[in-house]
Design a binder for this molecule. Structure first.
Ligand SMILES: [Zn+2]
Length: 342
């Protein structure tokens, strides 16, 4: 089917935004344009950073997507004559619902650092003053989130949405405006990261030697283990959905006196696979040798977010029910698989 000229703008903008680790990590985030009754939206499990190199957008029938949302139907109807084998993003209902021509959803780290806090609501409001914005509490992505949003946008015109324990959504008239708005919000919410301390690579390599673990690609990840505040936050629970999907709930810590082989054996004895990543307090983070690039990106995201949270911050974590809903969701299994196959 004929793609509109604006799709080229969307691809360029999405690739740029997707290549910025402070805005998007791995297969996270999504973007869309509306053209007549067609919503061109990112396909599930694809990476925004691939937007120019690959076909990552699928055409969805906009009126049918809105109807499905109203009926509580999770299925998303592709536009007539669409030939893709990809599935539309699990957030398609959110894109369909927002009236703006361009919708951009990112997991920007400064916004997330505010969106996981239960304190500082006044300071957040001050920083966002003058924008048409709203903060939503955490809702399971997909239909529950879209339903919560539909109540909000029925009452106010909103350009900027902060999703509790999740990220940022902006709506705009065109791609340049959407990208500029994301940068504007991130600038307003900007937090200085704590400096990571030096890491003893050699010590970590010898800890990993002969185990199923290796060093993560990004050395910044070690700060989650070496900065005691970041470590306390990371080991207390899960902050946002993609962490749970790609790394599992929270992050385990290697107990004193335990080694990685003993930890792996202990996990398998109780029928579990060994954790994707583990923190070794004061030394660094290790990641399973078979971890996907999506999991690597999520570990970097956690370092970027936790290292920006002030020491006094009161954090809200996802509940066990929230975590289980993400882990048992078929749509997320599909997305994880597609990311692993990238
Ligand atoms: Zn998201």
């Amino acid at each position: 089917m004929q793609a509109p000229a604006q799709l080229q703008d969307l691809r360029r903008m999405s690739a740029r935004v997707g290549s910025n680790m402070l805005l998007v990590q791995g297969a996270g985030g999504n973007s869309s344009i509306k053209h007549g009754d067609v919503l061109w939206v990112k396909a599930s499990g694809t990476w925004l950073s691939d937007a120019e190199a690959k076909d990552i957008f699928v055409p969805v029938c906009l009126s049918a997507a809105r109807e499905a949302l109203a009926q509580g139907d999770e299925g998303v109807p592709l536009a007539p004559h669409a030939t893709t084998t990809l599935r539309a993003s699990i957030e398609t209902s959110l894109h369909a619902l927002i009236p703006h021509s361009v919708v951009l959803h990112v997991h920007s780290v400064n916004t997330i650092a505010w969106a996981v806090r239960t304190d500082a609501r006044d300071e957040l409001a001050e920083r966002m003053d003058g924008l048409a914005w709203h903060r939503l509490d955490y809702f399971h992505p997909g239909l529950p989130l879209a339903h919560a949003l539909s109540d909000v946008i029925a009452q106010n015109p909103i350009d900027v949405l902060i999703l509790g324990n999740h990220g940022l959504v902006v709506g705009a008239a065109d791609c340049d405006e959407a990208e500029a708005l994301v940068h504007e919000v991130e600038k307003r919410l900007s937090l200085a990261p704590r400096r990571p301390s030096a890491v003893d690579d050699q010590a970590l390599r010898s800890i990993c030697s002969g185990t199923d673990y290796r060093l993560p690609a990004d050395p910044l990840c070690h700060s989650i283990a070496t900065d005691r505040f970041s470590r306390a936050i990371a080991t207390s629970g899960s902050l946002y959905p993609d962490h749970v999907v790609f790394l599992g709930p929270g992050l385990p810590i290697l107990a004193e006196g335990q080694d990685l082989t003993a930890m792996t054996m202990h996990a398998s004895a109780v029928g579990l696979s060994s954790p994707v990543s583990t923190l070794i307090p004061g030394i660094g983070a290790v990641i399973r040798a078979d971890a996907s690039p999506g999991a690597e990106a999520m570990l970097t995201c956690l370092a970027l977010v936790t290292g920006r949270l002030p020491l006094s911050a009161e954090i809200s974590y996802l509940s066990v029910e929230n975590e289980q809903a993400l882990l048992n969701w078929d749509a997320e299994r599909y997305r994880r698989q597609l990311t692993a196959d990238r």
